[in-house]
Ligand binder design. Structure first.
Ligand code: UD1
Ligand code: CA
Length: 448
C-alpha cells in the first residue's frame, strides 16, 4: 500500500478574546517559542506534503511566524468547519489526507498524530479519525458519541448536547485526520443550524456516516491536548512545559540544585555533568557543553557555552555570544555578541559588547567595551593572553594585541601593539605634606 500523503491545516484565525492582548493568541510564547511554533515543531517529523495556517486578515506576525509554510485567510470567524473550508483554495491541487490541528494546542505529540494516520490506513479505512481525550471535567468540549461497534457515530457540541450526551466522558480534542478524497464534499454539506450558529467541523463525522463511511477515535492524554485560551492557561501550560524540560535535563545528566527555579527554552541543549544553580533562565538558542557550571541568577540567551566553563552568579549572556572552553564569566558580567576565548576570564562587573577576546585573556574588574557611539556599533579585538587592567574603557573599534597590558583606569581609543603596555590616564602627581598643611588651615579657620 502506498504511503498516505497528508497536508496539515492549522486553525489560528480565532481572536483569542480571553487573552486580552494586542497579539494574536498563537503568538504568545511557551519556553520562548510561540504557541503556533510548538505546533509546527510537532508537525515537522511527520513528513507532511504541505502545511497551511488559517489566519484572520491582518495577522501579519502569524504569517511571518509560519513561513515558509503558507497561510489562508478566513475573513470572518464562522466556525471551525468554515475555517477548514478557507484553506481549500490553498490546497486545491492536493489530493491527500487532511490533518486538522489547532494553533493554540501546543503540546500535541508527533507520535499521537502518527497513530491517527495509522488508524486511517487500517483495513476498515475510516473516513475521519478524531483524536479524543478524557478530561477530568469534560464540560465545554464536544462529546464523541460512539456506535454499538465502538466506532464514532457523531460529535455533539456541549451547547447542543442533551443531558445524557453531557455525561459522556470522551471529548473531542479538535484534531482530525480526514480522507482527502471526500473532505471538500463533506465541508460543502455543513450548515450553521446549531446552538452557536457556526459551521462546525465536528459535523463532518455525521455526514461521513450518512455516506456509509466509518469514523474512528484515537485517544491521547488530556495533558497533551491542553488548549491555551487565557493568560492563566498560558501560565499553566508554561509550568507544564518547564516541568517536563527540568525532568529531561536531569534525566540526561544535569544537576539542577533547585529545579523549580530554572527556566528552559524549547531549544536549550545541555551537555553532561552540567550543574545549574537556582534562579537561572535560558532564552532561545542556548547550547551548553559538558561540565559547565551555571551559578545562581544567570540569564542566558542565544549563546554557546564551551566545555568546563563557569558562568555567574549574576551573569547576563546575550545573543551571539560564545564562551570558550574553560572560560570564566563571573558576577555582574554582561556579554553581547562577544566571543570569550578558551580559558579567558572576565570575573567582575563588566560590559563586553561586540568583542572578540582571545584565549587566556584576563579582563579586569569594571572593564567596558564601548561598542556603540550613538549611531553605529563596532567591534573590538583583545588578543590572546592580553591583560586589561581594572576600570578600563575600550572605545571600539580598537585592537589590543596579543600579550599586551592595558593599565588600570585607561580609556583606550587606538590600537595597542602586541606585548606593549598602554597607559591612557592622567599621570599621578604627589604633593608631600599637602594634607598636613590643609588640615592646619581648616582648623585655624574654624576658631574664628
Ligand atoms: C472546538 C470543537 C469542540 C472541541 C474543542 C476542543 C468544533 C465545532 N468544536 O470547540 O468539539 O471539544 O474545540 O478545544 O469544532 N477557529 C478558526 N476559525 C473559526 C473558529 C475557530 O480559525 O471560525 C480556530 C480557533 O482559532 C481555535 C480552533 O479553531 O484555534 C478552535 O476554535 P474554538 O472556537 O476554540 O472551538 P471550541 O468552540 O472550543
Ligand atoms: Ca477552544
Amino acid at each position: 500500500m502506498p504511503e498516505l500523503k497528508a497536508a496539515a491545516i492549522v486553525l489560528a484565525a480565532g481572536k483569542g478574546t480571553r487573552m486580552k492582548s494586542n497579539l494574536p493568541k498563537v503568538m504568545h510564547r511557551i519556553g520562548g517559542r510561540t504557541l503556533i511554533g510548538h505546533v509546527l515543531d510537532c508537525l515537522a517529523p511527520l513528513g507532511l506534503a504541505r502545511i497551511v495556517a488559517v489566519i484572520a486578515p491582518g495577522m501579519d506576525s502569524v504569517e511571518k511566524e509560519v513561513a515558509p509554510h503558507g497561510v489562508a485567510f478566513q475573513a470572518e470567524q464562522l466556525g471551525t468547519g468554515h475555517a477548514v473550508g478557507s484553506a481549500r483554495e490553498a490546497l486545491k491541487d492536493f489530493g491527500g489526507d487532511i490533518l486538522v490541528v489547532y494553533g493554540d494546542t501546543p503540546f500535541v505529540a508527533s507520535a499521537t498524530l502518527q497513530r491517527m494516520f495509522e488508524r486511517r490506513k487500517a483495513p476498515d479505512s475510516p473516513a475521519i479519525v478524531v483524536l479524543g481525550m478524557r478530561p477530568a471535567d469534560p464540560s465545554g468540549y464536544g462529546r464523541l458519541v460512539l456506535g454499538a461497534d465502538g466506532t464514532l457515530d457523531r460529535i455533539v457540541e456541549h451547547k447542543d448536547a442533551n443531558e445524557a450526551e453531557r455525561t459522556i466522558g470522551l471529548a473531542n480534542s479538535g484534531v482530525m485526520a480526514i480522507d482527502g478524497s471526500v473532505v471538500w464534499r463533506l465541508i460543502d454539506r455543513l450548515d450553521n443550524k446549531n446552538a452557536k450558529g457556526e459551521f462546525y467541523l465536528t459535523d463532518l463525522v455525521a455526514h461521513a456516516r450518512k455516506d456509509g463511511r466509518r469514523c474512528a477515535v484515537v485517544e491521547a492524554p488530556h495533558e497533551e491536548l491542553l488548549g491555551v485560551n487565557s493568560r492563566t492557561e498560558l501560565a499553566a501550560a508554561e509550568a507544564m512545559f518547564q516541568a517536563r524540560r527540568r525532568f529531561a535535563a536531569m534525566e540526561n545528566g544535569a544537576t539542577l540544585t533547585d529545579p523549580a527555579s530554572v527556566f528552559f527554552a524549547t531549544d536549550t541543549r545541555i551537555g553532561r555533568d552540567v550543574v545549574i544553580g537556582p534562579n537561572v533562565q535560558f532564552g532561545p538558542g542556548v547550547e551548553i557543553g559538558d561540565e559547565v557550571e551555571i551559578r545562581a541568577f544567570c540569564h542566558i540567551e542565544g549563546a554557546t557555552i564551551g566545555n568546563g566553563a563557569t558562568v555567574g552568579p549574576f551573569a547576563r549572556i546575550r545573543p551571539r555570544s560564545i564562551v570558550g572552553a574553560g572560560a570564566h564569566v563571573g558576577n555582574f558580567i554582561e556579554l553581547k555578541g562577544t566571543e570569550l576565548g578558551v580559558g579567558a576570564k572576565a570575573n567582575h562587573v563588566s560590559y563586553l559588547g561586540d568583542a572578540t577576546i582571545g584565549a587566556k585573556a584576563n579582563i579586569g574588574a569594571g572593564t567596558i567595551v564601548c561598542n556603540y557611539d550613538g549611531l553605529n556599533k563596532t567591534r573590538s579585538i583583545i588578543g590572546a593572553g592580553a591583560f586589561i587592567g581594572s576600570d578600563s574603557v575600550l572605545v571600539s573599534p580598537v585592537t589590543v594585541g596579543e600579550g599586551a597590558y592595558v593599565a588600570a583606569g585607561s580609556v583606550i581609543t587606538h590600537d595597542v601593539p602586541s606585548d606593549a603596555l598602554a597607559v591612557a590616564r592622567a599621570q599621578q602627581v604627589d604633593k608631600p605634606g599637602w594634607a598636613t598643611k590643609f588640615r592646619a588651615k581648616q582648623k585655624s579657620k574654624k576658631k574664628d
